[in-house]
Design a protein around this ligand. Structure first.
Ligand code: ATP
Length: 282
């Protein structure tokens, strides 16, 4: 019997870079928030092979696809060679700063753990998540959380209010590595205040949340793509209460009171060739 799972995208309400580690990774502190926008993955039993098909947005389907990497890792960890057919319906823009690949990897760990009746516990899946990528751990639990370390040390927070979210994704992706290379750790500009954001979320105060939005990677990506600065201004003029770039970009998001107001504002925007999506926090 098959099963179907949703794999939610995330936005960063804050993103601070604390230091560069000798291994080249960066120590970060960020507040991660799942949003309603999701991919759907269907898992069905098969003999021998693991196969992957997809509909929706195009995504590279070779052996490096994070779904196949997660499936192979789970096979190795559990010492099994079961097959499966996985179908991905891709809705999350790719290379966008929305953790689209990471959330598919997390859903694959959960889906195949159930399909193959492996009964691995959450902490065992978390260990595999860490091996697959910095954001996969958060995607396994979702919701609202502070992520530290390289993103894998999670402190869950109470669910945030369901503020509306408008995503604007330009027709190009950015390389996370390139953005980090352009970051001057001695000159990080306006840095996030994690505890102030946690308090604003707890109070459910949209204007305070908007005030606390901060991402130290933003200035790097905005200098590479100045059109993102204009998008931020236009989102504010259109009625968003706060705007920020998510992750290393290039997606810019605007926050609104609720999903309905996000839909109304998104309906007024006109960015030919861009993806504009109205959604909400979960
Ligand atoms: P993050 O916010 O975690 O940095 P992202 O949103 O910037 O992620 P992804 O959409 O995860 O970026 O894509 C990053 C790279 O991963 C792309 O180059 C893409 O080709 C590759 N990739 C591999 N598997 C997937 C997948 N299942 N879905 C999307 N991208 C994938």
């Amino acid at each position: 019997m098959g099963l179907s799972l949703t794999a939610h995208a995330k936005i960063n309400l804050t993103l601070d870079v604390l230091s560069r580690r000798p291994d080249g990774y960066h120590e970060v502190e960020m507040i991660m928030q799942s949003i309603k926008l999701h991919d759907r993955l269907e898992f069905s039993p098969a003999v021998g092979e693991i196969t992957l098909t997809s509909t929706g947005l195009p995504v590279p389907m070779g052996p490096d696809n994070l779904i196949l990497r997660a499936a192979r890792l789970l096979q190795q960890r559990a010492g099994v060679n079961h097959g499966a057919h996985i179908h991905l319906d891709k809705r999350i823009p790719v290379a966008a700063g929305l953790a689209g690949g990471s959330t598919d990897a997390a859903a694959t760990l959960q889906g195949l753990n159930r399909l193959w009746q492996l009964e691995l516990k959450q902490d065992q899946l978390m260990e595999l998540a860490r091996q697959l990528g910095a954001d996969v751990s958060f995607c396994l639990t979702g919701g609202t959380a502070i992520a530290r370390g390289i993103g894998e040390v999670l402190t869950p927070l109470a669910p945030a209010p369901r503020f509306g979210v408008i995503l604007v994704k330009p027709p190009f992706g950015v390389s996370t590595a390139r953005v980090y290379q352009g970051l001057d750790l001695n000159n990080l500009g306006h840095r996030p205040h994690t505890s102030a954001m946690v308090e604003a979320l707890k109070q459910g105060d949209l204007d305070k949340v908007a005030y606390c939005l901060a991402n130290v990677l933003e200035s790097v990506t905005l200098n590479l793509y100045p059109e993102l600065k204009e998008i931020k201004q236009q989102l504010m003029q259109a009625g968003c209460r706060g705007v920020l770039m998510s992750g290393s970009g290039p997606t810019v998001f605007g926050l609104t009171k609720d999903e309905k107001s996000a839909e109304q504002i998104a309906g007024k925007l006109n960015y030919p060739g861009y993806q504009v999506i109205a959604t909400s926090m979960v």
